[in-house]
Write a protein that binds this ligand. Structure first.
Ligand code: HEC
Ligand code: HEC
Ligand code: HEC
Length: 385
């Protein structure tokens, strides 16, 4: 049976448990049930977010893959997946729309009047991953969120999600981006991975966020949030494929200073969940200096000896590599952006390691170890004054 995540998408509440919620979400639990969705057209006018100076809507509708998320449900791969699962039309199947077009699952009572054209017609919700899937139902705050005498905290209290908080941001994306239920994957759905920093860049952003060390903070927070979600899922039900990913993520995060302090050892999913939550909150706040970024990157690169060690299971090695390469890549991106370093040699070495990490059944740990060793050497010489 496929477990639905409708509530995970629409109520911050359901992401896992109350303990793991950002503080603001807890305050917002009471009114959440009554917030109505107003639809993306209510954000789109040229005097609001679809115009000259404020063009979030245009960036989103022209460049963001989320616009197409519903459309692809009617196409080739989706039809094959749906057939294999025996779920009928994927554009109407809750197993798919829960992530690809979440408004479809919202009961009519939660759609604002303007989305309900005539009493005898069905309501027309937004398709795809719409504004309110991330920002929260706008029913209460839409009309007053631009007033000068209203502050951000007050708006959050009426259902706007705090996406400025990096932990809050990660919580929204992770609900759809971390993991796909095993039967859907086996039916041909791509496996999902969550890495907040690169995925936020790829979206691409329709906002300006130039805070210091945003990249490393997003990477670190995103991985800790992913660990919390996996722990929660595994504590409820063991799934061997996810256990291997979980172990690899614990391995990665224990190589960070805060992770080594915060995360317990051993395979205790219930103990890991709150620890990962604490780590995520800390990671979202702590700034990184240039030398901290550099020494963390060095620490990751120097893990090549562990890949040469044949004692660890090869599948687990691959899962480690799959997390390690993006970690190195994101830290490097930060050094480049905020520290002005360049090195074509290092970047070539990262690409080689990335290619090897993508080898699924053919993953060769010794070869990966060698590539990582080369990457470390390039890094050391890139940082030489
Ligand atoms: C847990 C959320 C989730 C569920 C449930 C889900 N998907 Fe997806 N799906 C995603 C995400 C996220 C991506 C994008 C993956 C990427 O490119 O990183 C995706 C990608 C896809 C793609 C590839 C899209 C492309 O552009 O190549 C297809 C096809 C697809 N999904 C179909 C389905 C179908 C059919 C179902 C229902 C059986 C379904 N999905 C259920 C989250 C989900
Ligand atoms: C996939 C999630 C997602 C979707 C979908 C989304 N946003 Fe955003 N949006 C964000 C994030 C993350 C931020 C950055 C945090 C912030 O500024 O609040 C943001 C920021 C904004 C901002 C603040 C801009 C700034 O520079 O301060 C506006 C306005 C906005 N979004 C409007 C929209 C509108 C309108 C839509 C629909 C057309 C939309 N968003 C869809 C995630 C999303
Ligand atoms: C309601 C579920 C949902 C939420 C919430 C969500 N996404 Fe997505 N996202 C999807 C689906 C489904 C797709 C696949 C769309 C497609 O390929 O047509 C996708 C695609 C993407 C892609 C393009 C994938 C690729 O490999 O090019 C990026 C990047 C992305 N999402 C980033 C984010 C970020 C960052 C956030 C949080 C701020 C976020 N998403 C929140 C469901 C979601």
């Amino acid at each position: 049976m496929i477990r639905l995540k409708i509530s995970a998408v629409f109520a911050d509440l359901a992401l896992c448990c109350a303990a793991a919620l950002p503080a603001v979400a807890a305050d917002a639990t009471a009114p959440l049930a009554v917030h109505q969705f107003t639809g993306s057209q209510s954000c789109a006018s040229s005097s609001c977010h679809g115009g000259g100076t404020r063009n979030e809507f245009l960036t989103y509708s022209r460049k963001d893959r989320h616009v197409f998320a519903a459309g692809i449900l009617g196409k080739g791969t989706s039809l094959k997946i749906a057939e294999a699962l025996g779920i009928g039309d994927p554009t109407k199947a809750a197993q798919c729309t829960v992530c690809h077009s979440p408004m479809e699952a919202v009961p009519a009572s939660r759609l604002a009047v303007r989305l309900q054209p005539a009493p005898d017609q069905k309501p027309v919700p937004d398709r795809g991953v719409s504004c309110e899937a991330c920002h929260g139902a706008a029913g209460e705050w839409l009309l007053f969120h631009t007033r000068k005498d209203v502050n951000y905290q007050q708006i959050l209290g009426t259902g706007l999600r705090d996406l400025i908080d990096i932990n809050g941001r990660a919580n929204v994306c992770v609900a759809c981006h971390l993991n796909i239920d095993e039967p859907i994957r086996q039916a041909g759905h791509p496996e999902l991975y969550f890495e907040l920093d690169a995925q936020a860049m790829l979206e691409p952003p329709h906002y300006v966020d130039a805070r210091p060390s945003l990249g490393p903070r997003s990477w670190f927070t995103g991985q800790a949030v992913a660990l919390r979600e996996m722990s929660w899922k595994l504590a409820a039900k063991r799934d061997e494929r996810l256990v291997v990913r979980w172990k690899a993520l614990v391995w990665l995060l224990q190589m960070t200073e805060a992770g080594a302090k915060e995360l317990p050892s051993g395979e205790d999913f219930s103990a890991m969940q709150p620890a990962a939550d604490r780590l995520a909150k800390k990671a979202s706040r702590d700034l990184w200096t240039r030398s901290q970024v550099a020494s963390q990157l060095k620490r990751f690169a120097s893990s090549h000896q562990e890949f040469a060690d044949a004692k660890t299971d090869r599948i687990e090695q691959r899962r480690r590599a799959e997390l390690l390469v993006p970690a190195i890549d994101r830290l490097w991106a930060a050094l480049k952006k905020e520290g002005g370093v360049t090195s074509p040699g290092f970047e070539k070495a990262v690409n080689e390691a990335a290619m090897l990490s993508h080898e699924q059944d053919d993953f060769a740990p010794a070869q990966f170890a060698e590539a990582l060793g080369k990457l470390e050497a390039e890094f050391v010489s890139a940082l030489k004054p």
